[in-house]
Ligand binder design. Structure first.
Ligand SMILES: *Cc1c(COP(=O)(O)O)cnc(C)c1O
Length: 489
């Protein structure tokens, strides 16, 4: 199957796209004809979770041999429940719990599989040199990627996170990471600084003669990698299947989804599910105080020239939402010149306007809303008091926005992190005074909620810190090169 860049007619196959991460012109890889090959989506609704994943992924990434085996290696025994992503009823709504994996955030769903895809692509294409994974994280991708790639032969992984921009638990998860092929570093800056330098690093490091001679190849674990989006499509199907099974809907009736959004990867996967035929009604894009996407959907103007807020939902503190580019490609009918112009303007001037006709098409499938810090906190407290349901800060943003959009179709709210990753915020929101120490906070949360601390977080206490460095964004590229060259000597 051929995939192409969003910014030109550069084409390659999906194996190379997963290995390369980003197209050479800076665009993202997309399957231009997504959804045009026939797909019997109804048939996968009755399958077991792993078989369903295999069926959908075989369709989305047909070039990979042995997908069933890759899926089993990725997921079997790694999640807290056999369903992988359980659907829970809370009041009138449904919550899709995506945080039952090893790092307690939804990133585990995709990042458990991505290393398997990269290994398979390496062996199918006969690549010899090491694949180096460069990752910018707003908090959750980092740990999930480190866990997925640790000690995977032929790979190395670098993770950069905004120093002071992640929760204490998120930081501890990363700096204590085990594995011989991992490197974690704090950056003085925010997530956008990390992400834009990582994007520049691909171009710079690919042209470095010394690194080339040593056969290093670079790829990405961020949702700019097409291998991250495909696995996320699966849980939209599993949520739909659960609603049919419970008799809440008949097969074919629409379901709305509200998605707490940062880099637009999670919600784009919902749109991909819709292209595959799943009766997705509306996709509601929920933002925190960094409401650049809400404004875009309302006005058609994407403008990143605004204050950046550090919120209680740090994984959504993003002003440049990368995967929106893929949506622009699709709704403009693959107009790469238009996408290239918009992305160029975003880089040069910090904003662009998307044509009204295309915006209208976009609004047929998407709606958007945002929520303040006070509303996030109020929502966590209210859900706990009224429904006995404990949710994290990111999921609370989605809950709040979902309330504005509730209609005739069932509403599924995607819950992206365990409340135990943000214990101080969640404790204050439910009216408790959080203790100083993050572990005491988790214990208090468990005691007053009766919900056990997730396995992966319980084990963090007392783990030695392996990575304590902090550098400026301008040092990142040199840092990567130096580490790689030093290691080989
Ligand atoms: C990454 C993340 C998000 C945002 O997902 P995108 O795919 O970047 O839109 C939301 N919530 C949590 C907890 C996350 O880790």
């Amino acid at each position: 199957m051929l995939v192409q860049s969003t910014r030109s007619d550069y084409r390659t196959d999906e194996l190379n796209a997963v290995l390369e991460g980003l197209a050479p012109d800076g665009g993202l890889f997309v399957e231009p004809e997504l959804g045009s090959r026939p797909f019997a989506w109804q048939d996968c609704l009755s399958l077991s979770p792993l078989d369903m994943a295999e069926r959908i992924l075989r369709y989305l990434l047909p070039g990979f041999a042995g997908m069933g085996e890759l899926v089993r290696r990725a997921y079997e025994g790694k999640f807290e429940t056999e369903e992988l992503t359980p659907l829970v009823q809370v009041g009138e709504d449904y919550v899709l719990e995506l945080f039952r994996g090893p790092s307690a955030a939804f990133k585990d769903v995709a990042l458990s599989l991505l290393p398997q895809l990269i290994s398979a692509a390496r062996s199918q294409t006969g690549r010899k040199g090491d694949t180096v994974i460069l990752t910018a994280t707003s908090g959750d991708t980092g740990k999930a990627a480190l866990e997925g790639f640790r000690d995977v032969p032929g790979t190395r992984i670098f993770v950069f996170y905004p120093g002071g921009g992640v929760s204490e638990i998120q930081r501890l998860q990363m700096v204590s990471q085990e594995g011989s092929n991992v490197c974690v570093c704090a950056v003085r800056g925010n997530f956008d600084d990390c992400q834009s330098r990582v994007k520049q690093a691909f171009a710079a490091l690919r042209e470095d003669g010394e690194l080339q001679r040593r056969d290093f190849r670079f790829s990405s674990a961020n949702s700019i990698n097409i291998g991250r989006l495909a696995p996320q499509t699966v849980y939209y199907f599993s949520a739909y299947a659960a609603l049919v099974k419970r008799g809440r809907i008949r097969c074919g009736e629409p379901v709305d989804f509200t998605v707490p959004t940062g880099n637009f990867g999670d919600i784009l996967a919902g749109w991909m599910a819709k292209r595959l035929g799943l009766p997705v009604g509306r996709l509601i894009c929920a933002s925190n105080a960094n409401r650049v996407l809400t404004d875009f959907f309302k006005t058609g103007v994407y403008d990143k020239r605004r204050s950046f807020y550090r919120t209680a939902s740090p994984s959504m503190d993003i002003l440049v939402s990368s995967n929106l580019e893929r949506l622009l490609f699709y709704v403009s009918g693959g107009d790469t010149a238009l996408v290239r112009r918009c992305m160029g303007e975003l880089e040069r001037r910090g904003c662009y306007r998307f044509p009204e006709e295309e915006m209208a098409r976009l609004r047929e499938s998407f709606a958007a809303g945002c929520c303040t810090e006070a509303e996030t906190e109020e929502t966590i407290g209210r859900l706990w008091r009224e429904q006995g349901y404990l949710c994290d800060t990111h999921s609370a943003v989605a809950f709040r926005v979902a309330e504005e959009y509730r209609g005739d179709a069932p509403m599924v709210v995607l819950s992206t992190a365990s409340p135990f990753k943000f214990p101080a915020k969640v404790l204050s929101a439910i009216g408790e005074v959080p203790p100083e120490d993050a572990f005491a906070q988790m214990a208090r949360l468990a005691a007053c909620s009766g919900v056990p601390v997730p396995r992966g977080l319980r084990g963090l206490r007392g783990k030695p810190v392996r990575f304590a460095e902090e550098i400026g964004p301008e040092e990142m590229i040199g840092y990567i090169a130096a580490k790689l060259l030093r290691e080989r000597e």
